[in-house]
Design a protein around this ligand. Structure first.
Ligand code: RFL
Ligand code: PHB
Length: 389
């Protein structure tokens, strides 16, 4: 088998890259370890930055998003019993869109189908070879047979646990990591969202987030222990804890019902330097992880794909390698700024078990400052809607 760009991983990063390159006339093959049903069913991110929305439109997958996505011109921070609105539109002139990662992935698969894109599911034992040559290749098993895929470039879009990053020799990469001493317990329920916009609540018992997917589908999270056993969390227990972390007025409006999905996610910040090794390029969660507090994981995967697709299109169009040579530095510059924002928002709103009384007062003072200062709110809003590409 032969292609121009072999893409490992059929999550949003890999599918988006395949879609953009296909539109530019560049052949790709996507190799995905899981079944299509599995990939399409995963419940993950919910908020799209302005830049991600534009990129999806340019990739011809924006139609349903524009029809069904909810434009949000602001969100609220709940703190000390009050609600403080961050008016994104007034502060930055830009908005965000609430449209689930599940929907983005479905739209990308539908577009790949329509355009005849090659996506192989249930592939096993993917391994990359000859990364430092002009002709790298991949070996893998599919439907009981061994295969070899020859290509010009390999895009490692295989998430945090995929093999791409691990194939860069230890001495050629540097890893930076912070694991937070808590996780998020998330619930999806067929109830009306408690508010029109998202609410991020800082509370001494722990953080809570009220989000949504559509007017009849709510997504709520509460800070929990990272080793939390999901079996210990009945729906009633979840709703009780959520309610006590929200301002009284908001809690009184909370519509509860059976959960249709419940899961625990650990919180981690992680960056791999470099994002390029020979003809292998990492993108999305394969290269970095952010805690979900700023809703940046999916958006960061999209901005990587913007830089990578631009670089590859330039190379195939003119043979100019400046884009691919500069990819890692360009992407990492935005990655680090977004890591900083996600770390800051996580530090601001969560209850840290080991924080001293002094550190607790610092956190409260920062939240007070944020909700009183136009300058501080603007800095938050500018990062939340997404830094420019
Ligand atoms: P993905 O979505 O993990 O896709 C990677 C794909 O690679 C496949 N793969 C392999 N394929 C072939 N061979 C192998 N050996 C392979 N190993 C892995 C996987 O099956 C998968 O299909 O990474 P991508 O495309 O970079 O996209 C990134 C986003 O998915 C991610 O940043 C966000 O979903 C992060 N994230 C969240 N972000 C938010 O902004 N808000 C959220 O609420 C939010 N919730 C979450 C999340 C991530 C979670 N994970 C990773 C456990 C909740 C969870 C549970
Ligand atoms: C979500 O709706 O899943 C969501 C929204 C905002 C976040 C994280 C997750 O910051």
């Amino acid at each position: 088998m032969k292609t121009c760009v072999a893409i490992i991983g059929g999550g949003p990063a890999g599918l988006l890259l395949s879609q953009i390159l296909h539109i530019a006339g560049i052949d790709t093959v996507v190799l995905e370890r899981r079944s299509r049903d599995h990939v399409e069913g995963r419940i993950r991110a919910g908020v799209l930055e302005n830049g991600t929305q534009s990129l999806l439109r340019r990739a011809s997958v924006g139609e349903r998003m524009d029809r069904e996505g909810l434009i949000h011109g602001g969100f609220s921070i709940a703190h000390r019993g009050g609600m403080h609105r961050i008016d994104l539109m007034t502060l930055t002139g830009r908005n965000v869109m609430v449209y689930g990662q599940t929907e983005v992935t479905r739209d990308l698969y539908a577009a790949r189908d329509t355009m005849g894109g090659v996506v192989l599911h249930d592939v096993e034992d993917v391994a990359v070879h000859d990364l430092r040559s002009d002709k790298p290749h991949i070996t893998f098993n599919h439907a009981g047979e061994a295969h070899r895929l020859d290509c010009d470039f390999i895009a490692g879009c295989d998430g945090f646990h995929g093999p791409s990053r691990q194939s860069i020799p230890r001495e050629s990469r540097r890893e930076f990591e912070r694991v937070y001493p808590f996780g998020w317990l998330g619930v999806l329920s067929e109830t009306a969202p408690v508010d029109d916009e998202l609410v991020y609540a800082g509370h001494e018992n722990g953080f809570a987030l009220c989000s949504m997917r559509n007017p009849r589908l709510s997504r709520y999270y509460i800070q929990c222990r990272s080793d939390e056993n999901i079996a210990d969390w009945s729906d009633d227990r979840f709703w009780t804890v959520l309610r006590e972390r929200l301002p009284v007025d908001l809690a009184a409006r909370l519509e509860t019902g059976p959960s249709i999905e419940k899961s625990v996610a650990p919180l981690r910040s992680y960056v791999c330097e470099t994002m390029r090794y020979g003809r292998l390029f990492l993108a999305g969660d394969a290269a970095h992880i952010v805690p979900p507090t700023g809703a940046k994981g999916l958006n960061l995967a999209a901005s990587d794909i913007h830089y990578l697709s631009e670089a590859l299109i330039q190379w195939y169009g003119s043979g100019n390698s400046s884009g691919i040579d500069g990819y890692a530095d360009r992407a990492l510059s935005r990655v680090w700024k977004t890591e900083r924002f996600s770390w800051w928002m996580t530090s601001l709103l969560h209850s840290f078990p080991k924080n001293s009384p002094f550190e607790q007062r610092m956190q409260t003072a920062e939240l007070d400052y944020l909700t009183e200062s136009q300058a501080a709110m603007t800095a938050l809003a500018e990062n939340y809607v997404g830094l420019p590409y």
